[in-house]
Write a protein that binds this ligand. Structure first.
Ligand SMILES: Nc1ncnc2c1ncn2[C@@H]1O[C@H](COP(=O)(O)OP(=O)(O)OP(=O)(O)O)[C@@H](O)[C@H]1O
Ligand SMILES: [Mg+2]
Length: 249
């Protein structure tokens, strides 16, 4: 059975800087993410992971190539259409949680609906706060929550619109290892029980081992992939990325 990919990226390039001295952050990335799967993206600093995620999220436009979300080609969409796309089809989580400090957990999760001019769905918000294990903390402000709890609120907020894909850029980068494990287990649960699609950038082989597949990026290219990753296998591959580049070039 073939199903429409949650995310499909075709030969995407992204160049920064002036034409005389360009930085080619993405050099022709092609990647398909099946719905209901958990993919980790790893690679050295500067290899283009965040640029890739931002292009997939519609936060940046690729210089060339195509991006499809849920089968729909969104490459040439205007900024206003992409704003709606991000609200309706994409959930985004960053290393720093980006919660509104003066809104409590429940209000933060309800914020996307408010920004869209609608009324937050209270039942849905309660359900999601329960999924992320914070049913008892719904009235707490971010400052009254631990880093891990704040990130779980951010994940609930990212899921509230029922997105085609949840994109996470180093979601555990600012957390201690116990909180990181909670967040990773939560992401895994959203895939296994809600059928959510997750794409996560990480530097941590242990974090990557929660995914179904790891995609290795080197110099703005997908240099290799690994199914059923273990932390040891991922760490071993990260130590020998040159081998992948030799194989693919
Ligand atoms: N706004 C920008 N202007 C110019 N160059 C940029 C810009 N954003 C990123 N770059 C460059 O593009 C390349 C890829 O950057 P990117 O942030 O995607 O890397 P990364 O893999 O996420 O790295 P890290 O692991 O450190 O977060 C780098 O060489 C970076 O310096
Ligand atoms: Mg980055």
């Amino acid at each position: 059975m073939t199903s429409t990919p949650a995310l499909s990226v075709h030969d995407v390039t992204r160049t920064y800087g002036d034409p005389g001295n360009p930085v080619r952050a993405l050099d022709g990335v092609t990647l398909t993410v099946a719905p209901g799967t958990f993919t980790a993206v790893m690679g050295p600093s500067g290899s283009g992971k965040s640029t890739f995620l931002n292009c997939a999220a519609g936060l940046e436009s690729p210089s060339s190539g195509r991006i499809l979300i849920g089968g729909e080609d969104v490459t040439d969409w205007s900024e206003s259409r992409r704003t709606v796309l991000r609200r309706e089809k994409i959930g985004i989580v960053f290393q720093s949680f980006h919660l509104m400090p003066y809104l409590n957990a429940e209000q933060n999760v309800g914020l996307p609906a408010r920004l869209a001019g609608g009324r937050p769905d209270k039942a849905r918000i309660r359900e999601l706060l329960a999924v992320v294990g914070l049913a008892e903390r719904s009235r707490h402000l971010p400052a009254e929550l631990s880093g891990g709890q704040q990130q779980r609120v951010a994940i609930a907020r990212a899921l509230v619109g029922n997105p085609a894909i949840l994109l996470a850029d180093e979601p555990t980068g600012a957390l201690d290892s116990a909180s990181a494990r909670d967040v990773l287990a939560l992401l895994r649960t959203t895939v296994d029980t809600l059928g959510q699609t997750v794409l996560m950038v990480t530097h941590d082989p242990v974090a990557a081992s929660y995914a179904d597949e790891v995609v290795f990026m080197v110099d703005g290219l997908v240099a290799g992939r690994m199914g059923q990753p273990t932390a040891e296998a991922v760490a071993g591959q990260m130590a020998h990325l040159d081998d992948l580049v030799k194989v693919t070039s």
